[in-house]
Design a protein around this ligand. Structure first.
Ligand SMILES: NC(=O)c1ccc[n+]([C@@H]2O[C@H](COP(=O)([O-])OP(=O)(O)OC[C@H]3O[C@@H](n4cnc5c(N)ncnc54)[C@H](O)[C@@H]3O)[C@@H](O)[C@H]2O)c1
Length: 323
Protein backbone atom coordinates (compact mmCIF):
# COMPACT_ATOMS: atom_id res chain seq x y z
CA UNK A 1 0.00 0.00 0.00
CA UNK A 2 1.66 3.22 -1.08
CA UNK A 3 -0.86 5.67 -2.56
CA UNK A 4 -3.96 6.24 -0.48
CA UNK A 5 -6.98 8.53 -0.71
CA UNK A 6 -8.44 9.13 2.74
CA UNK A 7 -11.88 10.75 2.89
CA UNK A 8 -13.16 12.42 6.05
CA UNK A 9 -9.57 13.25 7.01
CA UNK A 10 -10.57 16.25 9.16
CA UNK A 11 -12.80 13.95 11.19
CA UNK A 12 -12.13 12.35 14.55
CA UNK A 13 -11.07 8.92 13.24
CA UNK A 14 -9.86 10.26 9.88
CA UNK A 15 -7.32 12.63 11.38
CA UNK A 16 -5.81 9.90 13.58
CA UNK A 17 -5.71 7.56 10.57
CA UNK A 18 -3.97 10.29 8.55
CA UNK A 19 -1.38 10.68 11.29
CA UNK A 20 -0.59 6.95 11.34
CA UNK A 21 -0.49 6.74 7.52
CA UNK A 22 1.98 9.64 7.41
CA UNK A 23 4.10 7.93 10.07
CA UNK A 24 4.06 4.78 7.91
CA UNK A 25 5.48 6.75 4.97
CA UNK A 26 2.40 6.34 2.78
CA UNK A 27 1.71 8.80 -0.07
CA UNK A 28 -1.43 10.26 1.33
CA UNK A 29 -4.05 12.41 -0.34
CA UNK A 30 -6.77 13.65 2.00
CA UNK A 31 -10.19 15.22 1.56
CA UNK A 32 -13.02 16.53 3.69
CA UNK A 33 -15.92 18.94 3.15
CA UNK A 34 -15.64 20.55 6.62
CA UNK A 35 -19.40 20.50 7.08
CA UNK A 36 -20.84 22.14 10.19
CA UNK A 37 -22.61 19.13 11.74
CA UNK A 38 -20.36 20.01 14.66
CA UNK A 39 -18.04 22.92 15.35
CA UNK A 40 -15.64 23.28 12.40
CA UNK A 41 -12.91 24.66 14.70
CA UNK A 42 -12.36 21.14 15.95
CA UNK A 43 -11.85 19.89 12.37
CA UNK A 44 -9.43 22.75 11.69
CA UNK A 45 -7.54 21.94 14.89
CA UNK A 46 -7.09 18.34 13.74
CA UNK A 47 -5.99 19.35 10.23
CA UNK A 48 -3.44 21.77 11.66
CA UNK A 49 -1.92 18.81 13.48
CA UNK A 50 -1.84 16.70 10.27
CA UNK A 51 -0.22 19.55 8.34
CA UNK A 52 2.43 19.91 11.04
CA UNK A 53 3.46 16.31 10.29
CA UNK A 54 3.62 16.46 6.49
CA UNK A 55 2.73 18.67 3.56
CA UNK A 56 0.09 16.43 1.98
CA UNK A 57 -2.48 17.38 -0.69
CA UNK A 58 -5.67 18.18 1.24
CA UNK A 59 -8.82 18.78 -0.83
CA UNK A 60 -11.76 20.69 0.59
CA UNK A 61 -14.37 18.82 -1.45
CA UNK A 62 -17.63 16.97 -1.01
CA UNK A 63 -17.70 13.26 -1.92
CA UNK A 64 -21.27 13.83 -3.09
CA UNK A 65 -19.87 15.94 -5.92
CA UNK A 66 -18.79 13.49 -8.63
CA UNK A 67 -17.05 16.07 -10.77
CA UNK A 68 -14.93 17.48 -7.91
CA UNK A 69 -14.02 13.96 -6.84
CA UNK A 70 -13.12 13.07 -10.46
CA UNK A 71 -10.46 15.77 -10.46
CA UNK A 72 -8.81 14.19 -7.41
CA UNK A 73 -8.69 10.83 -9.20
CA UNK A 74 -7.29 12.54 -12.33
CA UNK A 75 -4.59 14.34 -10.33
CA UNK A 76 -3.36 11.30 -8.37
CA UNK A 77 -2.93 7.56 -8.78
CA UNK A 78 -4.34 5.49 -5.90
CA UNK A 79 -3.86 1.91 -4.74
CA UNK A 80 -6.37 2.21 -1.91
CA UNK A 81 -9.35 4.27 -0.85
CA UNK A 82 -10.20 4.62 2.83
CA UNK A 83 -13.71 6.05 3.00
CA UNK A 84 -14.34 7.52 6.45
CA UNK A 85 -16.30 10.56 5.21
CA UNK A 86 -19.86 10.16 6.39
CA UNK A 87 -22.68 11.71 8.28
CA UNK A 88 -22.23 10.04 11.64
CA UNK A 89 -24.48 10.15 14.69
CA UNK A 90 -27.72 8.27 15.12
CA UNK A 91 -29.97 11.02 16.52
CA UNK A 92 -29.33 13.62 13.82
CA UNK A 93 -30.16 11.05 11.12
CA UNK A 94 -33.74 11.11 12.39
CA UNK A 95 -33.91 14.91 12.04
CA UNK A 96 -32.15 15.18 8.69
CA UNK A 97 -32.11 11.80 6.91
CA UNK A 98 -31.46 13.31 3.47
CA UNK A 99 -27.84 14.30 4.11
CA UNK A 100 -27.18 10.80 5.44
CA UNK A 101 -28.49 9.28 2.22
CA UNK A 102 -26.59 11.65 -0.08
CA UNK A 103 -23.24 11.43 1.71
CA UNK A 104 -23.23 7.87 3.03
CA UNK A 105 -24.81 6.25 -0.03
CA UNK A 106 -24.23 8.52 -3.07
CA UNK A 107 -20.80 9.61 -1.81
CA UNK A 108 -19.73 5.97 -1.50
CA UNK A 109 -21.19 5.20 -4.93
CA UNK A 110 -19.18 8.08 -6.47
CA UNK A 111 -15.99 6.66 -5.01
CA UNK A 112 -16.76 3.14 -6.25
CA UNK A 113 -17.50 4.39 -9.79
CA UNK A 114 -14.28 6.42 -9.86
CA UNK A 115 -12.32 3.44 -8.56
CA UNK A 116 -13.63 1.41 -11.49
CA UNK A 117 -12.85 4.17 -13.98
CA UNK A 118 -9.31 4.67 -12.66
CA UNK A 119 -8.42 1.04 -11.91
CA UNK A 120 -8.14 1.31 -8.15
CA UNK A 121 -8.42 -2.17 -6.62
CA UNK A 122 -9.02 -1.70 -2.89
CA UNK A 123 -11.51 0.08 -0.64
CA UNK A 124 -11.99 0.21 3.12
CA UNK A 125 -15.41 1.48 4.23
CA UNK A 126 -16.21 2.66 7.75
CA UNK A 127 -19.42 0.98 8.86
CA UNK A 128 -20.98 0.72 12.27
CA UNK A 129 -21.93 -1.54 15.17
CA UNK A 130 -25.34 0.16 15.05
CA UNK A 131 -26.28 -2.34 12.32
CA UNK A 132 -26.46 -5.06 14.99
CA UNK A 133 -29.47 -3.57 16.80
CA UNK A 134 -31.81 -6.35 17.90
CA UNK A 135 -29.09 -9.05 17.88
CA UNK A 136 -27.67 -10.72 21.00
CA UNK A 137 -24.17 -9.71 22.13
CA UNK A 138 -21.42 -10.49 21.32
CA UNK A 139 -22.13 -9.34 17.79
CA UNK A 140 -20.44 -11.28 15.02
CA UNK A 141 -20.12 -10.53 11.33
CA UNK A 142 -22.32 -13.48 10.28
CA UNK A 143 -25.42 -11.93 11.87
CA UNK A 144 -27.98 -10.89 9.24
CA UNK A 145 -28.39 -7.20 10.27
CA UNK A 146 -31.47 -6.62 8.13
CA UNK A 147 -33.38 -4.43 10.58
CA UNK A 148 -31.60 -1.09 10.97
CA UNK A 149 -33.37 0.98 13.65
CA UNK A 150 -32.20 4.40 12.43
CA UNK A 151 -31.64 6.08 9.09
CA UNK A 152 -27.93 6.25 9.97
CA UNK A 153 -27.75 2.46 10.25
CA UNK A 154 -29.84 2.03 7.09
CA UNK A 155 -27.47 4.21 5.05
CA UNK A 156 -24.41 2.38 6.39
CA UNK A 157 -25.98 -0.96 5.44
CA UNK A 158 -26.71 0.47 1.96
CA UNK A 159 -23.08 1.55 1.55
CA UNK A 160 -21.91 -1.93 2.58
CA UNK A 161 -24.18 -3.47 -0.05
CA UNK A 162 -22.96 -1.15 -2.81
CA UNK A 163 -19.41 -2.14 -1.93
CA UNK A 164 -20.42 -5.78 -2.26
CA UNK A 165 -21.83 -5.17 -5.76
CA UNK A 166 -18.60 -3.51 -6.90
CA UNK A 167 -16.53 -6.27 -5.36
CA UNK A 168 -18.65 -8.83 -7.23
CA UNK A 169 -18.54 -6.96 -10.55
CA UNK A 170 -14.94 -5.73 -10.55
CA UNK A 171 -13.20 -7.84 -7.94
CA UNK A 172 -12.28 -4.91 -5.68
CA UNK A 173 -10.63 -6.02 -2.46
CA UNK A 174 -13.02 -4.67 0.13
CA UNK A 175 -12.85 -4.29 3.91
CA UNK A 176 -16.06 -3.25 5.64
CA UNK A 177 -15.15 -2.18 9.16
CA UNK A 178 -17.87 -2.11 11.76
CA UNK A 179 -16.51 0.24 14.40
CA UNK A 180 -17.78 0.05 17.98
CA UNK A 181 -18.16 3.38 19.87
CA UNK A 182 -14.85 5.07 19.22
CA UNK A 183 -13.50 7.53 21.78
CA UNK A 184 -10.29 9.45 22.41
CA UNK A 185 -8.68 12.89 22.23
CA UNK A 186 -10.11 15.52 19.84
CA UNK A 187 -13.31 13.50 19.51
CA UNK A 188 -16.78 14.34 18.26
CA UNK A 189 -18.73 16.80 20.43
CA UNK A 190 -21.97 14.89 19.80
CA UNK A 191 -20.55 11.83 21.56
CA UNK A 192 -21.44 11.26 25.19
CA UNK A 193 -17.94 10.99 26.70
CA UNK A 194 -16.91 14.31 25.08
CA UNK A 195 -19.96 16.08 26.50
CA UNK A 196 -19.63 14.45 29.91
CA UNK A 197 -16.01 15.60 30.29
CA UNK A 198 -16.95 19.19 29.38
CA UNK A 199 -20.15 19.26 31.44
CA UNK A 200 -18.58 17.74 34.56
CA UNK A 201 -15.60 20.08 34.39
CA UNK A 202 -17.82 23.14 33.84
CA UNK A 203 -20.20 22.12 36.66
CA UNK A 204 -23.12 21.76 34.22
CA UNK A 205 -25.84 19.14 34.54
CA UNK A 206 -24.99 15.87 32.79
CA UNK A 207 -27.92 14.61 30.72
CA UNK A 208 -28.19 10.84 30.44
CA UNK A 209 -30.78 9.20 28.19
CA UNK A 210 -31.87 6.14 30.21
CA UNK A 211 -30.61 5.10 33.66
CA UNK A 212 -26.92 4.90 32.72
CA UNK A 213 -26.80 1.10 32.82
CA UNK A 214 -26.72 0.92 29.02
CA UNK A 215 -23.28 -0.18 27.90
CA UNK A 216 -20.96 0.24 24.94
CA UNK A 217 -17.96 -1.66 23.68
CA UNK A 218 -15.76 1.46 23.69
CA UNK A 219 -12.73 1.37 21.39
CA UNK A 220 -9.84 3.80 21.58
CA UNK A 221 -9.23 5.86 18.44
CA UNK A 222 -5.55 4.85 18.01
CA UNK A 223 -6.56 1.18 18.00
CA UNK A 224 -9.28 1.91 15.43
CA UNK A 225 -6.92 3.84 13.16
CA UNK A 226 -4.33 1.04 13.30
CA UNK A 227 -6.99 -1.57 12.42
CA UNK A 228 -8.23 0.63 9.58
CA UNK A 229 -4.77 0.76 8.01
CA UNK A 230 -4.26 -3.01 8.45
CA UNK A 231 -7.56 -3.61 6.65
CA UNK A 232 -6.16 -2.22 3.38
CA UNK A 233 -4.39 -5.59 2.95
CA UNK A 234 -7.61 -7.62 3.07
CA UNK A 235 -8.29 -9.82 0.03
CA UNK A 236 -11.80 -10.44 -1.29
CA UNK A 237 -14.80 -8.94 0.52
CA UNK A 238 -14.68 -9.05 4.30
CA UNK A 239 -16.85 -7.50 7.00
CA UNK A 240 -14.79 -7.06 10.16
CA UNK A 241 -15.70 -5.82 13.64
CA UNK A 242 -13.27 -3.44 15.31
CA UNK A 243 -14.36 -3.20 18.92
CA UNK A 244 -13.04 -3.21 22.47
CA UNK A 245 -13.89 -6.91 22.62
CA UNK A 246 -14.03 -7.11 26.43
CA UNK A 247 -16.87 -6.57 28.88
CA UNK A 248 -18.85 -3.57 27.61
CA UNK A 249 -18.62 -0.46 29.79
CA UNK A 250 -21.72 1.18 31.27
CA UNK A 251 -22.32 4.91 30.93
CA UNK A 252 -22.34 5.10 34.75
CA UNK A 253 -18.82 3.60 34.95
CA UNK A 254 -17.60 5.99 32.28
CA UNK A 255 -18.90 8.90 34.36
CA UNK A 256 -17.19 7.54 37.49
CA UNK A 257 -13.85 7.48 35.65
CA UNK A 258 -14.27 11.00 34.29
CA UNK A 259 -15.16 12.26 37.80
CA UNK A 260 -12.00 10.63 39.14
CA UNK A 261 -9.71 12.08 36.43
CA UNK A 262 -11.19 15.57 36.73
CA UNK A 263 -11.45 15.40 40.52
CA UNK A 264 -15.04 16.67 40.28
CA UNK A 265 -18.48 15.20 40.90
CA UNK A 266 -21.16 15.00 38.22
CA UNK A 267 -24.61 16.49 38.67
CA UNK A 268 -26.77 14.04 36.70
CA UNK A 269 -30.23 14.43 35.13
CA UNK A 270 -31.83 11.27 33.74
CA UNK A 271 -33.94 11.60 30.55
CA UNK A 272 -36.11 8.96 28.85
CA UNK A 273 -34.25 6.33 26.82
CA UNK A 274 -34.33 7.05 23.07
CA UNK A 275 -35.90 4.42 20.78
CA UNK A 276 -33.09 4.74 18.19
CA UNK A 277 -30.47 3.90 20.87
CA UNK A 278 -29.18 0.44 21.69
CA UNK A 279 -29.12 -0.96 25.23
CA UNK A 280 -25.82 -2.75 24.79
CA UNK A 281 -23.12 -3.29 22.19
CA UNK A 282 -20.39 -5.90 22.40
CA UNK A 283 -18.05 -7.06 19.64
CA UNK A 284 -16.82 -10.50 18.77
CA UNK A 285 -13.40 -9.47 17.45
CA UNK A 286 -12.05 -12.93 16.62
CA UNK A 287 -12.23 -12.24 12.88
CA UNK A 288 -10.13 -9.07 13.22
CA UNK A 289 -7.62 -11.01 15.31
CA UNK A 290 -7.40 -13.75 12.68
CA UNK A 291 -7.49 -11.71 9.46
CA UNK A 292 -5.70 -8.54 10.52
CA UNK A 293 -3.69 -9.75 13.50
CA UNK A 294 -5.45 -6.88 15.27
CA UNK A 295 -6.54 -6.38 18.83
CA UNK A 296 -7.18 -3.26 20.85
CA UNK A 297 -4.40 -2.38 23.29
CA UNK A 298 -5.94 0.53 25.20
CA UNK A 299 -8.12 -0.07 28.26
CA UNK A 300 -11.09 2.21 28.98
CA UNK A 301 -9.24 3.46 32.09
CA UNK A 302 -6.15 4.52 30.09
CA UNK A 303 -8.14 5.75 27.09
CA UNK A 304 -10.41 8.00 29.15
CA UNK A 305 -7.45 9.34 31.12
CA UNK A 306 -5.77 10.30 27.82
CA UNK A 307 -9.03 11.90 26.63
CA UNK A 308 -9.40 13.94 29.83
CA UNK A 309 -5.73 15.02 29.58
CA UNK A 310 -6.34 16.22 26.02
CA UNK A 311 -9.39 18.15 27.21
CA UNK A 312 -7.44 19.82 30.01
CA UNK A 313 -4.67 20.85 27.59
CA UNK A 314 -7.17 22.15 25.01
CA UNK A 315 -9.71 23.80 27.29
CA UNK A 316 -9.44 27.10 25.41
CA UNK A 317 -10.64 25.38 22.26
CA UNK A 318 -13.27 23.16 23.89
CA UNK A 319 -14.84 25.87 26.06
CA UNK A 320 -16.12 27.61 22.91
CA UNK A 321 -17.38 24.45 21.23
CA UNK A 322 -21.16 24.40 21.07
CA UNK A 323 -22.64 21.03 22.03
N1 LIG B 1 -16.94 7.55 16.09
C1 LIG B 1 -17.59 6.38 16.20
O1 LIG B 1 -17.85 5.90 17.30
C2 LIG B 1 -18.00 5.63 14.96
C3 LIG B 1 -18.66 4.39 15.13
C4 LIG B 1 -19.05 3.69 14.02
C5 LIG B 1 -18.77 4.16 12.75
N2 LIG B 1 -18.15 5.37 12.60
C6 LIG B 1 -17.86 5.84 11.24
O2 LIG B 1 -16.50 6.21 11.14
C7 LIG B 1 -16.34 7.28 10.21
C8 LIG B 1 -15.63 8.44 10.88
O3 LIG B 1 -16.41 8.87 11.98
P1 LIG B 1 -15.94 9.99 12.99
O4 LIG B 1 -16.42 9.61 14.33
O5 LIG B 1 -14.52 10.30 12.77
O6 LIG B 1 -16.88 11.19 12.50
P2 LIG B 1 -16.50 12.69 12.04
O7 LIG B 1 -17.81 13.35 11.77
O8 LIG B 1 -15.58 13.30 13.02
O9 LIG B 1 -15.72 12.45 10.70
C9 LIG B 1 -16.33 12.39 9.42
C10 LIG B 1 -15.65 13.44 8.56
O10 LIG B 1 -16.23 13.32 7.25
C11 LIG B 1 -16.46 14.60 6.74
N3 LIG B 1 -17.55 14.52 5.77
C12 LIG B 1 -18.86 14.28 6.03
N4 LIG B 1 -19.57 14.31 4.90
C13 LIG B 1 -18.68 14.54 3.90
C14 LIG B 1 -18.83 14.69 2.49
N5 LIG B 1 -20.02 14.60 1.90
N6 LIG B 1 -17.72 14.92 1.76
C15 LIG B 1 -16.49 15.03 2.35
N7 LIG B 1 -16.31 14.92 3.67
C16 LIG B 1 -17.40 14.67 4.44
C17 LIG B 1 -16.82 15.46 7.94
O11 LIG B 1 -16.60 16.84 7.73
C18 LIG B 1 -15.93 14.87 9.03
O12 LIG B 1 -14.73 15.59 9.15
C19 LIG B 1 -17.76 7.62 9.74
O13 LIG B 1 -17.98 6.90 8.54
C20 LIG B 1 -18.64 7.08 10.84
O14 LIG B 1 -19.93 6.77 10.38
C21 LIG B 1 -17.75 6.11 13.68
Amino acid sequence: MTNVLLTGAAGFIGSKTAELLINDGVNLVACDNFNDYYDVRLKEHRVQHIKSLADIPFYNIDIENYSDLSKVFENHKFDSIINLAARAGVRYSIENPFVYATTNIIGTLNLLELMHKHNVGQITLASSSSLYAGEETPFNEEMPVNNPISQYAATKKSAEMLCYSYHHLYNFNTAILRYFTVYGPAGRPDMSYFRFIKWIDEGKTVEIFGDGTQSRDFTFVDDIARGTILSTNVKGYEIINLGGGKTPVTINYMIELIEKYLGKNANISYKPFHSADMKETGADISKAEKLLDWQPYTSIEDGLRISVDWYLKNKDLVKNIIL
